[in-house]
Write a protein that binds this ligand. Structure first.
Ligand code: ADP
Ligand code: MG
Length: 371
């Protein structure tokens, strides 16, 4: 496996004396060549600091960074085979679009006509033809971000670093740009390391995601792995809408655990790969993985095996367009959110607040975590 970027126990502290703050806490990452890799986590978790260390704007306090198998300790940003795209574009306002894109190439000493041809090609790639003579303030935010992208791509870096590049755009444009960025990345085959706090954005674009919190990497995996088998409670909570049921693990057999809930009910779930530290467990379940029927009705949705079933009362119900969202109060007094798609192909019931219901899900899809 060829790695473009490797981080080994990288740590970054700011400040001195008793004001020392650890922004990045011994992280290990291996980013493959040609991969679209996302760093995902809440604000302040250390994403930008990690990216700035790869770019060379910050030096790690300890640990090692390799780019294309070469340690880059002490190598200044402009001598690294990487380029960065920032959220605020950072275009030169007094230059034309073409001059902005050509600028980096001219610094490399290429001939003017080579620079011009490559810059025009890059503007084509980001789908911005015929704007080369305008100035940045004559373009929309989305167009300016494309120019910033063209300017970074034109230098043909091995790795492109993107720090919340779509953060300033409105939702509709952001969705469109997500799609375009992904196809552009596939077209040019350059490794992208993409920082975002938006889980949906990371899921949409990335081949693999590293979920960060408090300066640490909690899990690395494909969007599917992270969604379906979150390694920690934080990951389960941060991505998607997740319910947590608390209980005590009373038996384990062949990878399946029996969990007793606070009211004495028993449910079953898969044991995680990493051994649990105690019998106090929590079961994360995605709201869309749960089925719901009126009490006494047999669940007829054959898609969802009903090997775990609990009774409850509907305490809230909201129609939200694509789905209907129910909040169900269980006998344990825990509340569970259930989302049912408003599709004519799915059997649905008219359920109102106060109705007694059964909720059910397939235990094979659920993995226990330490509480
Ligand atoms: P993110 O990009 O995930 O929002 P950052 O990497 O920007 O997070 O910041 C991580 C933490 O490090 C934050 O608490 C931030 O305040 C702190 N930090 C970042 N840069 C500096 C700096 N130059 N000096 C002191 N603290 C910093
Ligand atoms: Mg940031």
């Amino acid at each position: 496996m060829a790695y473009d970027v490797v981080l080994k126990k990288v740590m970054k502290q700011f400040g001195a004396g008793n004001q020392v703050f650890t922004a990045v806490d011994h992280i290990d990452l291996q980013i493959e060549q040609g991969e679209f890799f996302a760093l995902l986590g809440p604000s302040g978790c250390g994403k930008t600091t990690t990216l700035r260390m790869i770019a060379g704007f910050e030096q790690p306090t300890s640990g090692e960074i390799l780019i294309r198998d070469t340690a880059v300790q002490g190598v200044p940003p402009f001598h690294r085979p990487v380029n960065t795209v920032f959220q605020d574009y950072a275009l030169f306002p007094h230059m034309t679009i073409l001059q902005n894109v050509m600028f980096g190439l001219q610094m490399e000493g290429l001939s003017k006509s080579d620079c011009r041809n490559r810059a025009l090609k890059a503007l084509d790639l980001v789908q911005l033809p015929k704007v080369e003579n305008r100035r940045p303030n004559q373009l929309s935010g989305g167009q300016q971000q494309r120019v910033a992208l063209a300017r970074a791509l034109v230098k043909r870096p091995a790795v492109l670093l993107l720090d919340e590049p779509l953060g300033a755009l409105d939702l509709k444009l952001r969705k469109q740009m997500q799609f375009e960025l992904k196809s552009m990345q596939q077209q040019v085959g350059i490794t992208f390391i993409y920082v975002t706090h938006d889980q949906e954005e990371a899921m949409t674009m990335a081949d693999r995601i590293a979920v960060m919190d408090g300066g640490q990497v909690l899990q690395v995996g494909s969007p599917r792995e992270i969604y379906e088998q979150p390694a920690t409670r934080f990951v389960a909570d941060f991505i998607g809408e997740t319910n947590f049921l608390h209980g005590t693990l009373t038996m384990s057999d062949n990878g399946v655990g029996s969990v007793t809930l606070s009211n004495g009910d028993t449910i079953y779930a898969m044991l995680p790969d990493k051994p649990l530290v105690s019998d106090k467990v929590v079961l994360p379940i995605r709201s869309e993985r749960i089925g719901i029927v009126p009490a006494g009705v047999t669940a007829i949705n054959s898609e969802k095996a009903q090997d775990t079933q609990l009774v409850g009362i509907v305490v809230d119900s909201n129609f939200i367009g694509t789905d209907t969202r129910y909040v169900v109060n269980l006998a344990t007094d825990e509340q569970v959110v259930v989302r049912i798609q408003n599709s004519e192909y799915i059997k649905r019931y008219d359920l109102a607040v106060g109705d007694a219901v059964s909720i059910f899900w397939n235990s094979n899809n659920t993995y226990l975590l330490d509480d």
